[in-house]
Design a protein around this ligand. Structure first.
Ligand code: COA
Length: 171
């Protein structure tokens, strides 16, 4: 059974391995991070953890039974009761409902742990898997957008219907 854990400093090596192993897989759907991202990974993660400490973002890893990182699911630009949702799942764990499960869990955490009332998301028109995840998770299309120059859709989900549920593990 996977778990969602709030990002901690001790996740960093496994997170780097996850990003490296899946770099080509992710780059097929979303812009590649670039070599500098990997070269300065520790420094960058330190910055993200500081932002999280300040309550600006909440980063999470989806961890498998053996402690391996299977995915990431993040809430960024937290302000005024809302946040932007982002996620990515390892190639070897994709197509099994993991993203859909994780988005459901994060909606519960967003409402019940972080006190948020709504989430925003966006995906490109050619990312059918991500569109399927959002549609199944209660997000509705609210407009058109562009992501790194590619046409996409903006989504919104009120969390008013999310009732108290068990939270994620970790702190
Ligand atoms: C998008 C992503 C998160 C989906 O993760 P996942 O765990 O495979 O998602 P799920 O299994 O919960 O659901 C995916 C759904 O999309 C469907 N799907 C996958 N590829 C599809 C395609 N090319 N066309 C139509 N539907 C597709 C699957 O069939 C599944 O629906 P189903 O359960 O009804 O069959 C994963 O592919 C990923 O990380 N991709 C790279 C990064 C990325 O695109 N992130 C999102 C940016 S907005």
């Amino acid at each position: 059974m996977p778990e969602i854990q709030l990002l901690r400093p001790d996740h960093v090596p496994a997170l780097l391995a996850f990003e490296l192993e899946n770099r080509a897989w992710f780059a097929a759907s979303i812009p590649d991070r670039g070599d500098d991202y990997f070269a300065r990974f520790d420094e960058r993660l330190g910055g993200l953890l500081a932002e999280q400490e300040a309550g600006l973002c909440y980063f999470h890893v989806v961890v498998g039974a053996g402690g391996e990182v299977l995915g990431r699911i993040n809430l960024v630009d937290v302000a005024d009761g809302g946040a932007d949702l982002g996620y990515r799942i390892a190639e070897r764990a994709a197509g099994r409902g993991l993203a859909t499960w994780a988005v459901g869990e994060i909606c519960g955490l967003a409402a019940n742990r972080y006190g948020l009332s709504a989430l925003r998301a966006a995906t490109t028109l050619d990312n059918a898997a991500s569109q399927a995840v959002l549609a199944r998770s209660g997000f509705t299309v609210v407009g058109e957008t562009r992501l790194s120059g590619r046409p996409g859709l903006s989504y919104f989900r009120s969390l008013a219907d999310v009732t108290a549920r068990p939270g994620a593990t970790g702190t």
